[in-house]
Write a protein that binds this ligand. Sequence first.
Ligand code: ATP
Ligand code: MG
Length: 391
Amino acid sequence: MDQILMIKYGELTTKKANRNTFITLLTNNIKNILKDYEIQIHKDRVRMYIKCSQKDTEQIVLKLQKVFGIHGIVICHKVNTNIEDIGFKILELLEHQSYQTFKIETKRADKTFPIPSMEFNQKMGGFVLKNTNLKVDVHNPDVHIHIEIREEGTFVYTNELKGNGGYPVGVQGKGLLMLSGGIDSPVAGYLSLKRGVDLECLYFESPPHTSLEAKNKVIQLASIINTYSGNIKVNVIPFTKLQEAIYKNVPDSYIITIMRRMMYRIAERVCKKHKCKVIINGESVGQVASQTLDSMVVINSVTNLPVIRPVACMDKLEIIDIAKKINTYETSILPYEDCCTIFLPKHPVIYPDMDKALLYESYFDYESLIEECVENMETITMLEPKISEYL
Ligand code: ATP
Ligand code: MG
């Protein structure tokens, strides 16, 4: 193992009391996501060091760049502790770069090395000045060149790669994401993971009105989000019978309101069953009739669980920007019908009335249908994401 990756922790460093919990969880998440690679992890309160083989570095870095709780990743190059090897490695790292100024910072952890850090900075600085066109700038250099001299060898590194920030997934416990095949809910899932919420997904399907392609699309979206977690399951609810009962018994304009109340009721039961603390969804204020504040009041009233809506106050274009960044957009726009879009009424109610909703629900025995939905739920564990899904 000839490569060391230095990990700088993200936002977790500000939470002093929880720090150890956060770091332990982050370590476990990293071990999980890198379980196919030979690695060794050492950590202290400010940094983590991952030893790996040079041939795996590129893939490992790709994976680490998705892990929440990491602020920066530095690829350290191990060389023998002698001036030539260190000098040539530095020149190699500066090659093909557009830096104009540099600064060298040596840390001499191995005190048996005879040259003190300051003196070594000057020596190596002189070497760089002689062999490149770069100039020294100790205050605001384009590139910091770090040299760490240790017993097992010397580590040379330059600038760090950006990590994903956020909190380690799981630090908040688990939430249940209502995942449709649309653009908004995968983004809502990503944003929740970023705040440390572990996810299970819940998908309502209505075959034969919705297709197998629609279901596979949702699984594909879950698989993309899984690159940020490594731990995701998708629960699929067979919604057809309940949905058909709604269409049969409820006046057209209230179909969507009642259908979404049923979705929330089912979500609440799945939360209890699978130990999820909150419901998460991709609702955005005002986006469609069922997402006006009045609709939210009537729909939300069936559950006491908190409903987190990470994209509630974002414009569609802002949501799309994130969907593109996290690679869900191209899958989300595939044209398969969701159970919310089949038999869409012409004039869904925009300002629903609670009493009317309750009245229409009394027209049929939805309780037993809800129970049947939850009993027949299928749970799919996501496969290990392919490396192509990280690109
Ligand atoms: P998205 O909001 O994900 O782009 P959409 O716009 O088709 O999809 P809406 O009708 O806006 O979905 O529904 C709002 C939210 O309700 C979704 O973001 C999702 O969280 C949830 N939802 C809708 N349909 C389903 C479904 N079939 N299964 C699970 N959750 C769903
Ligand atoms: Mg939407």
